[in-house]
Write a protein that binds this ligand. Structure first.
Ligand code: C5P
Length: 311
């Protein structure tokens, strides 16, 4: 433990969004979750969470999606901070200031990024010194994508997505995201996937060899061809306009187009920073996609930002 005199008064942590390069959804398990085999890539769209000692627990949210984030006890960052407080035996109260740049309910794991950021930030603020594995275990209980928001990079996810194994990869990848003005609820998308599948037996999910080869060689074209998502047809079924967005990416030269996670954000892989910019311009001009964002990947997981709080 650090002495009280040297404890930081406020800590800011930045955590990234993710895209699932492939998402194979297996059978629904007894606990209601689906067995997954997925490959996550952390992308350079970030939320920042600043925590500071306070008289009461409180959450404030800023940024373009602020009005869509709850600030009550259902806020995932607040839940994360309280979970850690209970675990390490501090009374807590902290104020959490969240700056959101990751679209809400978009399939980019923004809520998980906030939870991961809050865990890392509070661990630092309280000088609790938990091992990464302990923080990851607490995070997994809060959401299937929280462990990956901590690790970042590229990883294979199994179980319900929370069990991670590193993936060998090289290169930088350039993504464009078409953000929908209405979100999709993750449980609703999984339920729609089950409905579309009907009663047919669902095989155990497996990672594809093509995906691993494309990542090992850093081959963006091969990666574009290998992108796949079992939740895509469910997301399109719930938001049929996504079909047009996916088609537009192909038409404008993306190497691959895919619904990110449970959607409705559509992720386009491009060949270079210039191609990404061109695609953004074409998508915006066509009017098919409302908001368009660009990001490089892979990037690091949740990490403390040096210097005074920025949010
Ligand atoms: O873990 P997370 O909070 O992201 O899960 C949200 C919901 O998504 C779950 O309650 C469940 O309905 C669905 N889900 C699932 N199988 C997974 C992950 C999530 O059915 N592997």
């Amino acid at each position: 433990m650090t002495s009280a005199a040297t404890l930081p008064r406020a800590v800011t942590v930045r955590a990234p969004a993710k895209v699932n390069l492939e998402l194979h959804v297996g059978p629904r398990r007894g606990d209601g979750f689906h067995a997954l085999s997925t490959v996550y890539m952390a992308v350079g769209l970030y939320d920042e969470v600043a925590v500071a000692t306070a008289d009461d627990w409180q959450v404030t949210v800023s940024g373009p999606y602020a009005d869509r984030v709850p600030t009550d006890d259902t806020n995932l960052a607040l839940m994360a901070a309280k979970t850690l407080a209970a675990e390490v035996g501090v009374a807590g109260p902290v104020s959490l200031r969240i700056h959101k740049d990751i679209p809400v309910a978009g399939g980019l794991a923004g809520g998980s990024a906030d939870a991961a950021a809050a865990l890392v930030a509070c661990d630092h603020l309280w000088a609790a010194g938990l091992a990464r594995e302990e923080l990851v275990e607490l995070g997994a209980a809060l959401g299937s994508d929280v462990p990956f928001a901590m690790s970042g990079g590229i990883a294979m996810g199994s179980g319900r997505g929370e069990q991670l194994a590193p993936v060998l990869a090289r290169g930088t990848f350039y993504w464009v995201f078409a953000v929908s003005s209405t979100g999709l609820s993750t449980p609703a998308v999984y339920a729609e996937c089950d409905r579309l599948r009907g009663k047919a037996p669902v095989p155990a999910p497996q990672t594809s060899a093509g995906m691993m080869t494309s990542l090992r060689s850093g081959d963006a074209e091969a990666l574009g061809r290998a992108l796949s998502n079992d939740l895509q047809s469910a997301a399109v079924s719930l938001q049929p306009a996504l079909r047009e967005v996916l088609d537009a990416g192909q038409e404008f030269g993306a190497l691959g187009s895919i619904v990110s996670g449970s959607g409705p954000t559509v992720a386009f892989l491009t060949a270079s920073a210039e191609s990404a910019l061109d695609l953004c311009v074409s998508l915006a001009a066509s009017g098919v996609a409302g908001e368009v964002k660009r990001a490089k990947a892979p990037v690091h997981g949740a990490h403390v930002l040096p210097g005074p709080s920025r949010v």
